[in-house]
Design a protein around this ligand. Structure first.
Ligand code: UGA
Length: 453
């Protein structure tokens, strides 16, 4: 086995993109999953989910024999010098993290290491709460392998920051590498791998303790979530006063280098498999520390109610929604993905149904996933034009590029009563307001100042 052989446990976004990323640079990668359907698809060069650019690169590396997917952890581990754990860490009903897949992976890696003589590096890439690598993964691998961490095998915690929709780019061009290390040898082994993998693209590297690396991941996502809830709070204020647009406010404060313009897009809130789950998990983790993270709870509260602003805006314009035909543009939690985990669209549509509306929805990629969630409770359209046909209100939930291309005449031409609620602020308020009924997040309507002014 060569230094360039690595194994990856878990084939979700992070696992598969990491596997394909390393394989694309000539590493021999063995990915492993317990899902035989998934393994079959991957070995045929077909990603089990949509991610831009992934299919093409996966096909190439599978064809070249640089990546294969197996069901047997032992085969993966013994054929490599390093194993990356990137299994999912779902939420418990109380928001705390569920570590069952981490435990199982650690045990299986340990059992494989039992049969191996050479030094092996175990790398935890999954998002796990502080203490997990040292207090859970290390003892499980030690017990099931009969070997000692630091002597026979090494241990690192190496969080990732890749974004769905740009996952491959982020894998190949990370903005930083965080290495939490059990000991110097573990950290240096992993840093060497990244230097070899990224060469001149090697970004700044932070080497730290296992638990600090675990916290860095949560701090990162919690900060992003807080930034979004902050700008949504400002958006809600804009809606209540005259002549204010949160876009202008965001642009202006974003010019302050200490704030920066990114992640200041006001809208219907954050969704996805990471931000909501990680904020919840960090809050739950703090319970065990007997600390109440008020700021994080506030960010979460703002996000829980923000999707409903779309419904309130619709009702302000057309009164009740009972029996009204409402077109929902966008189902995925963000553009360029088919992922609907914690998608804002789910909250919006459920509320519309509760209000008695007839919902017709369209998304360029997520219809298949939407059918699993809503079944025949809503109608599905094959295009935005079909979706808008005879609708009395349209809510834009996801900012897909193709929705940005729509013009007022596209809505006026199809809808029964053209009312557009721009939940992602993709349209020009002045242009749209002239030609149809229009409302958007963070745009003042007929607001007034408090009586004290
Ligand atoms: C997020 C982080 O951005 C990644 O760095 C991290 O690696 C990943 O989680 C993870 O932990 O695996 P992702 O979930 O792919 O990535 O999506 P984001 O681009 O962060 O968007 C999350 C949500 O925030 C989306 O619903 C998006 O619409 C919303 N958002 C984002 C806003 O409402 N406003 C913004 O300005 C930006």
């Amino acid at each position: 086995m060569t230094e360039k052989a690595i194994s990856i446990v878990g084939t979700g976004y992070v696992g598969l993109c990491t596997a394909v990323g390393f394989a694309s640079k000539g590493y021999k990668v063995v990915a492993s999953t317990h899902d035989s359907e998934k393994a079959k698809l991957i070995n045929e060069g077909t990603p089990p989910f949509f991610e831009p650019g992934l299919e093409e690169l996966l096909r190439k590396v599978v064809k070249k024999g640089w990546l294969r997917c197996v069901l047997d952890r032992e085969e993966a581990v013994t054929n490599s010098g390093l194993t990356i754990i990137s299994v999912s860490t779902p939420s418990e009903p109380d928001g705390s993290i569920n570590l069952r897949f981490i435990k199982r992976s650690a045990r299986e890696i340990g059992e494989a290491l039992h049969k191996k003589d050479a030094y092996h590096l175990v790398v935890v890439k999954s998002t796990v709460v502080p203490g997990t690598s040292e207090n859970l993964v290390k003892p499980i691998v030690e017990n099931s392998s009969g070997k000692r961490c630091g002597a026979d095998f090494g241990l690192c915690m190496n969080p990732e920051f890749l974004r769905e929709g740009a996952a491959l780019y982020d894998t190949l061009h990370p903005d930083r590498i965080i290495i939490g290390e059990y000991d110097e040898k573990s950290g240096s082994t992993l840093e060497k791998l990244y230097r070899d993998f990224l060469v001149e693209d090697m970004p700044p590297t932070v080497r730290t303790s296992l638990s600090a690396a675990e916290l860095i991941k949560y701090a990162n996502n919690a900060f992003l979530a807080t930034k979004i809830s902050f700008i949504n709070t400002i958006a809600n204020i804009c809606e209540k006063i005259p002549a204010a647009d949160v876009g202008t406010v965001a642009k202006a404060i974003g010019l302050d280098e200490r704030i920066n313009p990114l992640f200041l897009n006001a809208g219907l809130g954050y969704g996805g498999s990471c931000l909501p789950k990680d904020v919840k998990a960090l809050i739950a983790f703090c319970r065990g520390l007997d600390y109440v993270p008020i700021l994080l709870k506030a960010a979460e509260d703002v996000n829980n109610t923000q999707p409903y602003r779309a419904i309130e805006l619709a009702k302000e314009h057309i009164g009740g929604l009972k029996d009204k035909r409402v077109a929902v543009l966008g189902l995925a939690f963000k553009p360029n993905t088919d992922d609907m985990r914690e998608a804002v669209s789910v909250k919006v549509i459920n509320k519309l149904l509760e209000e008695g509306a007839k919902v017709v929805a369209y998304d360029p990629k997520a219809i298949v996933n939407a059918r699993h969630i809503f079944g025949d409770k809503i109608e599905y359209a094959n295009s935005s034009t079909e979706c808008l046909k005879n609708a009395e209100c349209c809510i834009v939930v996801t900012e897909w590029e193709e929705f940005k291309q729509l013009e007022p005449k596209d809505f006026v031409g199809q809808m029964k009563t053209p009312l557009v609620i721009d939940g992602r602020r993709i349209y020009d308020q002045r242009e749209f307001s002239r030609k149809l009924n229009f409302a958007g997040i963070g745009l003042s309507a007929q607001g007034s100042y408090p009586s004290s002014i």
